[in-house]
Design a protein around this ligand. Sequence first.
Ligand code: IPE
Ligand code: IPE
Ligand code: MG
Length: 253
Amino acid sequence: MKSDSKQNVTPDLKDLPAHVGIIMDGNGRWAKKRFMNRVKGHERGSQVVRSIVTSCMELGIGILTLYAFSTENWARPKSEVKALMMLLKKFIVSEREAFLKNNIRVHVIGQKDKLPLDVQQEIDTTMELTKHNNKLLLNLALSYGSREEITTAVREIAKKINSNDLEFSDITQDLISNHLYTKTMPDPDLIIRTSGEYRLSNFLLWQAAYSEIYISDTLWPDFSRAEFVEILKNFQNRDRRFGKVSCSTSNAG
Ligand code: IPE
Ligand code: IPE
Ligand code: MG
């Protein structure tokens, strides 16, 4: 894994978000602008993934969740889906050594069993090999959709009620959180979306309740460590109130 230039791009290392989620959007438009096939945009996009994973590791961000393929993305042309799956497999295999060397744990959220078998196998191998790593948790959202995640959680809870393993009164926000793919993780502090679209597109809807959201106009293949660091600095200046009054005003009045 190579990182891009580090000059002048170090944020204050305190108060970094513990969990960053990124909706990596704009690969197709990046390619279109250059009269290239959309797949070229995905290829370039996967190189940016490398650089941002490295940045998170170097900065000490604990969890990075990357939205790489949504439940809705299956409806794209077959050739594009196939190319995305091939790229995903290539990424998982080519980065394996770097994950091990850099103490990165790889995890998948989403319908892993819907992915092509060969991709599943490579993912399983990587997840198994990296399961004791603890510097960065790289969470890949693959065939992920929040509505599917919540529906699955509701089904599981209903099943447990049916079998008397749970009672109605056991249903709490924590119980629901603990039935989501992200069960062992804190909610994302910061969600970044590239390509200037102002929507979540079915990404971490429950978990994003109090996430800070940053929309960047940059198309994902043009995203850089430098911009990432600027976004982290912007995050550090946000006043996260969680519905309360801000610390700075509460003493004044
Ligand atoms: C994001 O880029 C990658 C995936 C959704 C897999 P897009 O492919 O959505 O790029 P645009 O939005 O068409 O530019
Ligand atoms: C969101 O991007 C999904 C991923 C980045 C994997 P899309 O391109 O699929 O989202 P929409 O269709 O613009 O909402
Ligand atoms: Mg898109």
